[in-house]
Design a protein around this ligand. Structure first.
Ligand code: ARG
Length: 470
């Protein structure tokens, strides 16, 4: 392993297994850009506050810029000979400019450094994820608009319930992802706090200016307590929690796509580009993408539990346990990015079997509520109307017919209030369009919801900055 920056106090070399066990370079090397960005800001602040000279700062900043370039070209070995990314970069710096490099770590520690790196990383990751969530929402709105006249059965208990617009169903997901968007935006506010300068735990004896560093790095706020600064992982837990909820939404949609594409439902067909075949059954076309979306929800939940368990009962301030925060967070970011990207791509390519959906929309007595409502409009109390229609349904089941196949005479044997106009009220389009209550499935309401969504998405775009207001 490379020379240890903390070797002064030690007499014996570190055990090989311990080096392997404690090293985090194989996953935290991903933070190199943020580590260098933070170090450059810190170094400039040290010069600004006359803690190091401007000449020293210039040579450190220049060398850090070169290290960044060389890492990106693959010319700096970020391998297991280094303990972590912070040490690797500092070692590289000293190798390049000698002792002056050793001045960079004045008035900071790796505890606040790693906290800064993770906040910088998370800030970027969150704004990328916010964009991707908006993309999924745009795709949903476009699909809802395109299929505005498609009718399908709505389900409760996975049993046919009442006819709805397919668009209404899609717009329900728009709302769910809207809440995810708001949650991630909220998480960003608590992530956007600058911890560097808290040093190991207690602050520093040097006359630093943390607000200056914060301005350099575009943070609106500085931490209020140095101990909290180095031990806080709430923003990561919050991110993983928001991600768990988002993936729960994705998995619900994925499940619907899977069952809807089965021959039993036959509502949709997922494009070949998003399916795979079987190694033994030549006829198979499997919905693997939504299945994996559903499956990957598990690891995102697991990552949340890993972080909560890691922090449970941890005494203040920094403990090495906290190094374990990175893999669950990186894995969650990667899973979300890949899933959301694919979801936006897959949705527009789904083929809709509108005839089958429309046929099923009126199958299995889905108009029964409307028949009861018809009686209610004729003054019959709802409970009574419910009972009467229940008996009509029972009669239909026995005689193998649908409600609309009953004659007026047959209906009248159940209640005299049934009249000619009952058949009109059982027209599926009027069944849908009568549901004009706020947020209902009436075409006019769904069109309103689509227009509202469009305005919301556009407002977000013209702001150019998807970060929520502070
Ligand atoms: N690799 C460490 C982490 O990710 C950096 C901080 C180490 N601090 C320490 N006192 N050992 O948490």
């Amino acid at each position: 392993m490379a020379e240890k920056l903390w070797k002064g106090r030690f007499e014996q070399p570190t055990d090989k297994l311990v080096e392997e066990y404690t090293s985090s370079i194989h996953f935290d090397s991903r933070l190199y850009r943020y580590d260098i960005e933070g170090s450059i800001a810190h170094c400039r602040m040290l010069a600004e506050c006359r803690i190091i000279s401007h000449d020293e700062a210039s040579s450190i900043v220049q060398a850090l810029g070169e290290i960044l370039r060389d890492i990106e070209r693959g010319q700096v070995a970020l391998d297991s000979s280094q303990e972590d990314i912070h040490m690797a970069i500092e070692n590289e710096l000293t190798a390049r400019i000698g002792e002056t490099g050793g001045k960079l770590h004045t008035a900071r520690s790796r505890n606040d450094q790693v906290a800064l790196d993770m906040r910088l990383f998370m800030r970027d990751a969150l704004s990328g994820i916010l964009d991707l969530v908006r993309n999924v929402q745009s795709t949903l709105v476009a699909t809802a608009e395109r299929y505005i006249d498609v009718i399908m059965p709505g389900f409760t208990h996975l049993q046919h319930a009442q006819p709805i617009l397919f668009s209404h169903h899609l717009m329900a997901y728009y709302e769910m992802f809207g809440r995810d968007f708001a949650r991630f935006g909220d998480c960003l506010i608590r992530t956007d706090v600058m911890p560097l300068g808290s040093a190991a735990l207690a602050g520093t004896t040097f006359p630093t200016d943390m607000e200056w560093t914060a301005r350099q790095l575009g943070f609106p706020r500085v931490v209020a307590n140095s101990m909290d600064a180095v031990s806080d992982r709430d923003y990561l837990i919050e991110f993983c929690s928001d991600s768990a909820i988002l993936m729960m939404h994705v998995s619900r949609m994925a499940e619907e796509l899977i069952i809807w594409s089965s021959p039993e439902f036959a509502f949709i067909e997922i494009s070949d580009a998003f399916c795979t075949g079987s190694s033994i059954m030549p006829q198979k076309k499997n919905p693997d993408v939504p299945e994996l979306m559903r499956g990957k929800t598990g690891r995102v939940y697991g990552n949340l539990i890993a972080l909560l368990t890691m922090t449970k009962g941890l005494p203040l301030a920094y403990n090495r346990d906290l190094q374990e925060d990175k893999e669950p967070v990186f894995d969650t970011v990667d899973t979300l990015v890949a899933t959301l990207r694919l979801l936006s791509k897959m949705l527009p390519e789904i083929r809709i079997n509108r005839d089958r959906m429309a046929r099923m929309a009126v199958h299995n007595f889905t108009l029964a509520t409307d028949l009861a409502d018809y009686l209610v409009r004729r003054g019959i109390p709802f409970r009574k109307a419910h009972h009467v229609v229940g008996q009509v349904v029972q009669y239909c089941i026995r005689n193998g017919k649908e409600l609309s196949e009953c004659s007026l005479e047959e209906l009248k044997t159940f209640h005299k209030a049934f009249d000619e106009d009952v058949f009109q009220c059982l027209e599926v389009s009027s069944v849908i369009d009568r549901r004009k209550s706020l947020g209902g499935t009436a075409t006019s309401r769904v069109k309103e919801a689509i227009a509202r969504a469009r305005a919301e998405l556009e407002a977000c775009e013209t702001k150019g900055n998807r970060k929520p207001e502070k």
